[in-house]
Design a protein around this ligand. Structure first.
Ligand SMILES: CC1=C(CCC(=O)O)c2cc3nc(cc4[nH]c(cc5[nH]c(cc1n2)c(C)c5CCC(=O)O)c(CCC(=O)O)c4C)C(CCC(=O)O)=C3C
Ligand SMILES: [Fe+2]
Length: 387
């Protein structure tokens, strides 16, 4: 498979693009409708998920985390004398991407570089962002006037991986200490790398090309990226320590196959085998949003406690200085000014490509205008900047 590297360009702003989340009880249902529009999620699942938000005052932690990330990026850009403003837009909640693109254009911006809060390759974390920009440009009439590119998927960039190395080591030490305190210093520990489950069909299409389909021994690029990352982390933390990759937050209809095993089933199986403690590393996530707080810190923790296992959850990269500085390095890979030639990657799978292959992370529910894809002109052309 080709790995297209984009030529460096002149950008005039960064677009920090994220998922978005509700900010009060009255936002919960409209938010869930936005997320699941046309995605075939059963009502019972929505009802269930609404309780996770309701229990937290109807507030998702994700928006506050993105405001903090935006400020941290602004500070890092300023400290390197890079004069690019950071705009923030969400796929599913205010500030919505189409409105942000419109006001960016009105403010005189002509070429944006998008950084998303999603590190891996799959429909939800790559293509859906590229489609939402494609649709927003088309709907607002800005296609051809405002260009939008996207930095590469950064799952194996050291800025994303190194905070997990630190966090996993610290979490492992905390579980060891818990076992000492509980009087079983010899108790065996297992590290569970947790990521979002996705339908196996979406996993298979992840990071792949319709023209040159590539087989991954691990089943898909999505699974391969997580396994390679987890191996890179454990090599540096403790190469003797047993670990595995598990999944969380399955939605969809029961008859549709999604990636398994579920983290709670995996914990039960470990308890059966006599394991005494688990370290949970939220490898699939950039910050401590609802899926992390509910599915890991609430449910997986409860499962562990019920089965008498020591439990600790490692932190997400969030606003770790290495993560923030890594994102700015990724920006610099694409810019003419402050250009960085080095494209670091901590797994053999990377560095991932800047521009996706045709049909990459396929949308099985119909084609949409899409940016940052070979063969698509959406988001590419723009009138010369009026300076
Ligand atoms: C791979 C992946 C990531 C990680 C990459 C990334 O970070 O982007 C992610 C992140 C997130 N997912 C989030 C929330 C939701 N995801 C849902 C539904 C779904 N997610 C999916 C996948 C992913 N999701 C999929 C395949 C579905 C089924 C529907 C569909 O095929 O599209 C639903 C509907 C209810 C439900 O089914 O659970 C909700 C509410 C939030 C915000 C949390 C907050 O508010 O703090 C975040 C960051
Ligand atoms: Fe993709």
């Amino acid at each position: 498979m080709s790995a297209p590297i984009a030529a460096p360009a002149h950008y005039d702003a960064i677009l920090l693009a994220s998922f978005g989340g509700p900010e009060g009880q009255e936002d919960v249902i409209p938010f869930l409708r936005n997320v699941t529009r046309g995605r075939g999620i059963p009502d019972e699942r929505l009802e269930e998920v609404s309780h996770h938000y309701r229990a937290n005052g109807g507030i998702s932690p994700i928006n506050a985390q993105n405001r903090a990330l935006k400020s941290a990026l602004e500070a890092e850009l300023a400290s390197r004398n890079i004069g690019l403003p950071v705009l923030w837009g969400n796929r599913n909640w205010d500030p919505y991407i189409p409105e942000v693109l419109t006001s960016a254009y009105e403010a005189g911006h002509r070429r944006l570089l998008m950084v998303t809060t999603s590190a891996y390759s799959c429909y939800s974390s790559c293509r859906q962002y590229r489609e939402d920009i494609g649709m927003a440009l088309t709907e607002t009439g800005l296609d051809g006037k405002l260009a939008v590119d996207k930095v590469r998927q950064y799952f194996d960039h050291p800025g994303f991986v190194e905070p997990f190395i630190e966090g996993t080591a610290a979490s492992l030490a905390r579980v060891r200490a818990q076992l000492v305190d509980a009087g079983s210093p010899e108790g065996q520990i297992h590290v569970l790398f947790a990521t979002h489950s996705i339908p196996t069909r979406d996993a298979h299409a992840a990071g792949n090309s319709v023209n040159e389909p590539r087989e991954f021994a691990e089943g898909s690029a999505y699974v391969a990226q997580h396994l390679a990352n987890a191996a890179a982390i454990m090599d540096r933390v403790d190469s003797e320590q047993p670990w595995s990759l598990v999944y969380q937050s399955r939605s969809g209809a029961p008859h549709v196959p999604w990636l398994e095993p579920d983290i709670n089933d995996a914990i039960a199986e470990l308890a059966d085998k006599g394991i005494k403690g688990v370290v949970v590393v939220p490898l699939g996530f950039v910050s401590d949003h609802m899926e992390v707080l509910w599915d890991l810190d609430t449910e997986a923790k409860e499962t562990s406690e019920k089965l008498g296992l020591a439990f600790d959850r490692a932190p997400t990269p969030s606003t770790h200085h290495k993560f923030v500085s890594g994102l700015v390095d990724l920006i610099c890979e694409r810019t003419v000014e402050n250009h960085l030639d080095d494209r670091p990657a901590m797994t053999d799978l990377g560095p991932w490509f800047d521009v996706c292959n045709p049909g990459c992370c396929a949308n099985f529910r119909g084609e949409k205008p899409v940016i940052s894809e070979i063969g698509s002109s959406v988001g590419r052309e723009c009138a010369p900047a009026e300076l």
